[in-house]
Design a binder for this molecule. Sequence first.
Ligand code: TXA
Ligand code: MG
Length: 314
Amino acid sequence: MATIGTDVSLAVSYLQKDELVAIPTETVYGLAGNAFSAKAITAIFETKNRPTFDPLIVHVANVDQIKDLVLDVSLPAQKLIKAFWPGPLTLLLPKSSRIPDLVTSGSALVGLRCPAHPLTRQVLQQLPFPLAAPSANPFGYISPTKPEHVEKQLGDKIPYILDGGISGIGLESTIVGFDKDQAIVYRLGGLSTDEIEKVIGKVKIELNVSSNPKAPGQLKSHYAPSKKFLIKEEKDFNLPQNKIGVLSFKNDYQFPIQKILSPSGNLAEAAANLFTYMRALDESTVDEIWTELVPDIGLGKAINDRLQRAAAEK
Ligand code: TXA
Ligand code: MG
């Protein structure tokens, strides 16, 4: 059983010994280890049961820390860092030899992010190395937004879960790479593309599913509950049935087991509740879960992306 607590020094001491600690971030909880340590990186892949072809995001305390980690920061990348770090934005940049190939699964690019959660920032500031951290869930399952989610799935494999409360954004970071100066969004996430475009102009979006994805978050089935998860039209929500759980955007469909993402129709609130509610329904007594898409604007695009991947054939 992992201990759940708020002791930053204890978290730091485990990480210094190359052990893994679950850390809170504003997006989702991460399973963190020393990004420079082969032992810690290997343990991350094993603990998550994650294929080693799936690279890890490296988390830094501040912008200065990336100087040693990358070969170059293009102008649009600099603008995005200035506008959105610390925050829910991961940038793919050419890595220096400081970053082990194990972290990037052999890619010449490293995913870098400066998280905003105050506890995790304290941890990062006290460490002499950055932290590799994927979401703290078994590969392919729903990302955790509370310490209890981590405890339930990985608690017997790690010593400590740093409790930073509920992840306020609730969706993973937006991942942006570059083709020369053209920004490309590879994963929709907690920072909407509209916000990004206000700073650097038009971006390309390449979420396409392929057998050799740039990011396995691009795999068609990902972020998935274990029960059957179906996207329905509003008109399909008729007779309440007690073997069906409903995850709706704002409507009350009067099902005995249902979760409403945001009764007032607020997309940020819906995002913050999404994974907690998906889990709650997955753990309830229903046989299948019915859901509906949310308005496809702003954060709604990332929410719809997760709903569609959760609903995809496994
Ligand atoms: O919000 C987040 O990004 C959370 C928190 C903990 O920071 N982390 C997260 O990590 O979602 P993970 O590993 O669950 O998802 C990271 C995605 C993966 O799909 C991975 O393939 C992609 O980022 N990725 C990481 N490094 C990459 C790289 N060098 N090139 C391409 N894709 C990369
Ligand atoms: Mg993940």
